[in-house]
Design a protein around this ligand. Structure first.
Ligand code: ADP
Ligand code: MG
Length: 235
């Protein structure tokens, strides 16, 4: 009985992933197909119109690509190779990668990291992916407001490193906070609801914790607490 239950739950989960993936990929495909048909029908289409249709189609194909790679990165097994990384450096790199996205959304990204290395035993790719997920959500939470700010802060606290990701965006109510991290929970049009589920899993696998403070229409602060690597590599 027990085994069967687990099995069917797993199949259901796979079915859900497939269903949402199909949904997310079908929309842009339909758009591109529509434009291609229009271009095919209207041989005398003015060049500006033609270019606009092609540009939109390129954007839609890029979006499909992004959705598929997001699914792929989430479906990779957790905790592959671990090594000692400098989290201050990784957060700087993530901020750099996310700056164009923030600018595009009219959001300022502010970074405060310690000047000395923050040593942590982690899988670098997983760590980067999870930081990107939090920063991306913070930027998206600010996208609808006038002066969006996302502040990334990091400091050590005893045997832990704390990473604060704060935004002054839309915030969340009690019910939204309660559902946070559940698989497929998303309030966005093109959201997957996989980002936080994945991030929480990675953090748990590192024996870390996450706390969230949020106020509707004021903003949100996520605090990640992760155990530092021991000073002595042999001890
Ligand atoms: P997605 O970003 O694809 O929606 P996530 O798992 O990354 O999926 O996030 C799930 C949901 O959690 C989001 O849709 C949003 O409602 C909420 N959320 C996450 N981070 C924030 C934030 N910084 N501010 C407000 N809401 C957030
Ligand atoms: Mg997200």
């Amino acid at each position: 009985m027990y085994l069967r239950y687990l099995q069917s739950e797993k199949i259901e989960a796979v079915g859900q992933v497939a269903a949402s993936l199909v949904h997310e990929v079908r929309n842009p495909l339909t758009t591109v197909l529509g434009f291609l048909k229009l271009i095919r029908q209207d041989q005398a289409m003015p060049p500006e119109k033609l270019h606009r249709f092609i540009d939109i189609s390129i954007e839609e194909v890029k979006r499909t690509e992004a959705i598929l790679s997001e699914y792929l990165s989430m479906s990779k097994p957790l905790t592959q190779k671990r090594e000692v990384i400098d989290l201050a450096h990784e957060l700087e790199a993530v901020a750099e990668v996310m700056t164009p996205y923030a600018t595009m959304n009219n959001v300022s990204l502010i970074l405060h990291v310690p000047s000395e290395p923050v040593r942590l035993s982690a899988n670098r790719a997983e760590m980067k992916q999870l930081l990107v997920n939090f920063v991306k959500n913070a930027v998206e939470a600010c996208s609808a407001i006038q002066k969006g700010n996302v502040t990334l802060r990091m400091h050590t606290d005893g045997l832990l490193v704390k990473v604060h990701i704060r935004d002054n965006g839309i915030g969340m109510n009690k019910e939204q906070l309660r559902r946070l991290g559940s698989i497929y929970y998303s309030t966005k049009n093109t959201g997957t609801g996989l980002g936080l589920t994945y991030s929480y899993q990675v953090i748990r696998s590192m024996n870390g914790t996450v706390s969230v403070f949020s106020e509707l229409h004021k903003g949100t602060e996520f605090t990640l607490s992760l155990p530092l690597a021991s000073k002595d590599p042999d001890g």
